[in-house]
Ligand binder design. Structure first.
Ligand code: NAP
Length: 248
């Protein structure tokens, strides 16, 4: 990427898709801050090892804590300068059919996956507009496009991200800020590791490319949307699903 080295903040940055996104953004020349729950020492070390040789640092952040997010962003601004690129990647699932879903399962999923997008964009979009440059990418899901059995909470949150993305894209477009979403299909990460093998095989049978996706497949799409030259691409949802759901 040309010119000044941009600063990128990736939430869920030590997760499967998050860490590969951090790695690829850094490889593209950005200074990257991975924001995530603190995790244990072993996870921290594993992440540090994976990021060796890349300009990726870590900040502890719980995206459901707006005051904590504000403090973390102030610290990043002090150490790195203002954030130019925001990737909202933090996400969780708490699956249950609606009949059995607790209020808590609903609230947790909406809070981590959707409310956090409001929190982070609210904290960062204004500054991006003032400086005349910004890239925001929200990691949604194919299940936000199609719905999924046992995921009324997750599907609602991920579909909500699309509405948010399209609306904010319109608000900030004239200020040089783009807002897009990426919708992964089934990607090999901790999130999908718990899916029973027989269900995985059923899903795989529906994927035209004949393989489960890798975090790198998703990260590539994120980096594309974060590029300096991607300024005319906004309000877009980029599916990365191996053809699992083909639409336009
Ligand atoms: P992952 O490995 O579980 O990564 C998610 C990350 O978000 C984890 O590091 C997790 O930390 C973090 N996180 C959870 N709650 C948080 C909080 N309150 N504050 C800050 N960080 C928090 O899963 P992934 O597959 O890479 O998922 C990344 C994104 O892609 C998610 O938004 C997910 O919904 C989306 N996605 C994934 C797939 C897939 O097939 N894998 C498909 C479609 C969409 P902990 O590990 O400590 O909980």
């Amino acid at each position: 990427m040309a010119g000044k080295r941009r600063v990128a903040l990736v939430t869920g940055g030590t997760g499967g898709i998050g860490r590969e996104t951090c790695r690829q953004l850094a490889a593209a020349g950005l200074r990257v801050v991975a924001a995530d729950l603190p995790g244990d020492d072993a996870r921290q070390q594993d992440f540090a090892l994976a990021m060796q040789g890349h300009d990726v640092s870590f900040v502890a952040m719980d995206v459901t804590d707006p005051a904590g997010c504000e403090r973390a962003i102030a610290a990043i601004s002090a150490s790195h300068g203002p954030v130019d690129v925001l990737v909202n990647g933090a996400g969780i699932t708490r699956d249950a059919v609606l009949r059995k879903m607790s209020r808590d399962q609903w609230d947790q999923v909406l809070s981590v996956n959707l409310d956090s997008v409001f929190t982070l964009c609210k904290l960062l979009a204004e500054g991006m507009c003032e400086r005349g440059y910004g890239r925001i990418v929200n990691i949604s899901s194919v299940n936000g496009q199609t719905g999924q059995f046992g995921q009324t909470n997750y599907a609602a949150a991920k579909a909500g991200m699309h509405g948010f993305t399209m609306a904010l894209a319109r608000e900030v477009a004239r200020k040089g800020v783009t807002v897009n979403s990426v919708s992964p299909g089934y990607i090999r990460t901790a999130m999908t590791a718990a899916i029973p093998e027989d269900v995985k095989q059923q899903v795989l049978a529906m994927v035209p490319t004949g393989r489960i996706g890798e975090a790198a497949d998703v990260a590539r799409a994120v980096v594309f949307l974060c590029h300096e030259d991607a300024g005319y691409l906004t309000g877009v949802n980029l599916p990365v699903n191996g053809g699992l759901f083909i639409s336009f």
